[in-house]
Design a protein around this ligand. Structure first.
Ligand SMILES: [Zn+2]
Ligand SMILES: [Zn+2]
Length: 314
C-alpha cells in the first residue's frame, strides 16, 4: 500500500493520473510490491485497459475477499466465545512475559459469558478468548466457510497442524515449547495463503498471511513440511470435534458440558446458515472497506445477542 505522494501514471496512456481501480484497491501483498494500485486518468482509459488489467484485478480481488473472509471468521469466533465461553477462567495476570491463566472447576452447563472483569487489555482478552481454540474455531467457522469460500474459488483447502514459535509476551501459562497449532491453507491460483483466526493466542494479530511469510515468521523451524498437512479440510463439518469428544467422554459431567457446547454450536450454525442464505457471499464480501466492516459489525452484534439469549435461556 503506497503511503507516499509519488506521482502515478495511467496504466493505459502513461499520463499523470490518480483515479484508482476500485476493484483491486488495498489488496494484500503476496510478494513484496505485487499489489500496487492501478490508476487511470479517466474512465475511457480504464475501459480500454480492462482486457490487460482484468486477470490481475481478479486475482487481487480474490485476495481482498479471502482477507475479508478471515476478518469475518475471526470476528465471529471472538463474538461467539465472548458470549459462550467453554472454560471456567477465574484469573489472568501478566508476569515475566507470560500470561498466567487460572482455571476453576468446570461448572454446569459449562458455557457462560467470558469474565470481562478480568482484563481491560484487548490483546490479553483475545489471547485468553482464543487460547486452545484453534480446532473449535475451524469447526465453528464451518457455516461461514460453506457460504463464503466458493466466492474465491479456492483450488485446495487444507488443514495444517504446525509447531509454532512460542511468542513473548503472550506466551500462556504452561504452554509447551513449540506448541502445535491448527491453521488452514488456501490455494488461490498459484498462491498459497494461511488463514489463522486464533493466532492471537500466540501473539499473532494477523489472520491472513502468504504461506512463505507464515513459515518464515511463525513456524518453528521455518518450514511447513508434508507431515503437517492433514489433507483437504472438511469445511462442511461444524460439529466433528465435539461429536468425537462426546464419544470418548468418561464422565456424565463432562458429557453434559460437551452436549451444552454442541447445542450452542448448532444454534450458531442455524443462525449463520439463515444469514448467508439471505445475502450472497459476493455481495457480503464486496463494496468499500467501510461498507464491509459495517456488515461484519451488524453480523457480530446479532451473534452476541443470539448467544447471550441462548445461554440465559438454558
Ligand atoms: Zn490515460
Ligand atoms: Zn483493478
Amino acid at each position: 500500500m503506497p503511503t507516499t505522494n509519488e506521482i502515478k501514471h495511467c496504466a493505459n496512456c502513461g499520463a499523470e493520473a490518480s483515479k484508482r481501480c476500485l476493484g483491486c484497491i488495498d489488496a494484500p501483498e503476496y510478494h513484496d510490491g505485487d499489489a500496487t494500485e492501478t490508476v487511470y486518468c479517466n474512465p475511457d482509459c480504464q475501459r480500454k485497459n480492462w482486457p490487460t488489467h482484468k486477470p490481475r484485478c481478479l486475482q487481487l480481488k480474490k485476495r481482498i475477499m479471502l482477507s475479508r473472509i478471515g476478518y469475518l471468521m475471526k470476528a465471529a469466533v471472538i463474538a461467539y466465545q465472548s458470549c459462550a465461553f467453554s472454560v471456567n477462567l477465574t484469573a489472568m495476570e501478566m508476569r515475566d512475559g507470560t500470561l498466567w491463566l487460572t482455571f476453576g472447576p468446570f461448572g454446569n452447563p459449562g458455557i457462560a459469558a467470558f469474565p470481562e472483569n478480568l482484563t481491560t487489555d484487548e490483546n490479553l482478552r483475545e489471547t485468553a478468548l482464543l487460547n486452545n481454540q484453534c480446532m473449535a474455531a475451524l469447526y465453528l467457522g464451518a457455516p461461514l466457510a460453506r457460504h463464503l469460500f466458493p466466492a474465491v474459488n479456492p483450488i485446495t483447502i487444507r488443514r495444517l497442524d504446525v509447531p509454532i514459535k512460542a511468542v513473548i509476551p503472550y506466551k500462556v501459562t504452561d504452554m509447551e515449547w513449540d506448541p502445535e497449532h491448527t491453521i488452514v491453507q488456501i490455494q488461490l491460483g498459484d498462491e498459497f495463503w494461511i488463514l489463522d483466526v486464533t493466532g492471537r493466542q500466540y501473539g499473532f494479530p494477523e489472520f491472513l498471511l502468504p504461506l512463505h511469510t507464515y513459515e518464515r515468521t511463525k513456524v518453528s523451524g521455518g518450514v511447513i513440511s508434508n507431515e503437517y498437512y492433514k489433507g483437504d479440510y472438511d469445511i462442511y463439518d461444524e460439529t466433528g470435534d465435539l461429536v468425537e469428544l462426546i464419544d470418548e467422554t468418561q464422565t456424565q459431567n463432562q458429557e453434559g458440558r460437551l452436549t451444552a457446547q454442541l447445542k450452542a454450536r448448532l444454534h450458531f450454525t442455524d443462525f449463520a446458515e439463515t444469514h448467508f442464505n439471505n445475502i450472497s457471499a459476493k455481495v457480503f464480501l464486496s463494496g468499500s472497506e467501510e461498507e464491509f466492516r459495517s456488515r461484519v459489525g451488524s453480523f457480530v452484534d446479532k451473534v452476541k445477542t443470539l448467544m447471550t439469549n441462548f445461554i440465559s435461556s438454558d
